[in-house]
Design a protein around this ligand. Sequence first.
Ligand SMILES: O=C(O)c1cc(=O)[nH]c(=O)n1[C@@H]1O[C@H](COP(=O)(O)O)[C@@H](O)[C@H]1O
Length: 274
Amino acid sequence: MSFAHLWQSAIARNPLCVGIDPAPATLAAWGLEDSPEGLASFATTMLEQCHMEAWCVKPQAAFFERHGAAGIAVLESVHRIAKDLGMVVITDAKRGDIGSTMDGYADAYLNPARPLATDALTVSPYLGTDSLTSVCKAAEKYGTGFFALALTSNPSGPQVQHAQNNGTAVAAQVFETVHNFNESVGAPLGGLVVGATIGDAARKLGIDLGAFNGPILSPGYGAQGATVEDLHTVFGNAFDKVFVNVSRGISNSGPKKIKHHIRTISSEIRGEAL
Ligand SMILES: O=C(O)c1cc(=O)[nH]c(=O)n1[C@@H]1O[C@H](COP(=O)(O)O)[C@@H](O)[C@H]1O
């Protein structure tokens, strides 16, 4: 099934994307070892607790890569278990390189025949928008997806993303590249990453997120300080295509509170009373 269909049906059920970020501090808070076994235990519990509550998960590759081949094997199993549980998987590896190398990353993650195959990959367009060409081709070929960093949640993102290039902000060029790709393939396979912490930066840069024709992944809620009000400020009428990513805000208080946090945060972002 194409990523276009997968994300639309997941977001309609729950706009929360649960981050699977087995950072050393989080493993310690769970009483787990900082080892491949600790990662596997953390990730399996997270996925079990998410089942039938949230429909989108985002494993953070960095924390699996720390453990080398054994950690990557756990990431592969996270992809497999999440798919078996019917979830959409966005793998957060933020790849970005010259075209021939990006062909390798696109094949590794977006070709369903590869061991690390996933539904969608986060990618960095900050080598220039041509670094997105390979993922666009792979997405079109396989019906998989990608999220390009547009306006990130970290404080110094504006140094690059707000810079003007012939009167157009760099982030606006990323927006246009992904928007045009979706239009050319006639399916919303390309997404944008827009942090919940950016305030009204998109509007100020002339970026109309409401007009965007794909999904938006928004990190920053919770541990990075963004609130529901911030989400409304940033997204306005674009809210229905936003996956709100929360990682530490769900996992940091240990394994017993996962479901509680998922339910509470889901209700908050949907504007429902519990
Ligand atoms: O692409 C991302 O997911 C991402 C982009 C961004 O601008 N900011 C950001 O925090 N992220 C990721 O989103 C997650 C945020 O985690 P928490 O702050 O713990 O909810 C981490 O895995 C980050 O790497």
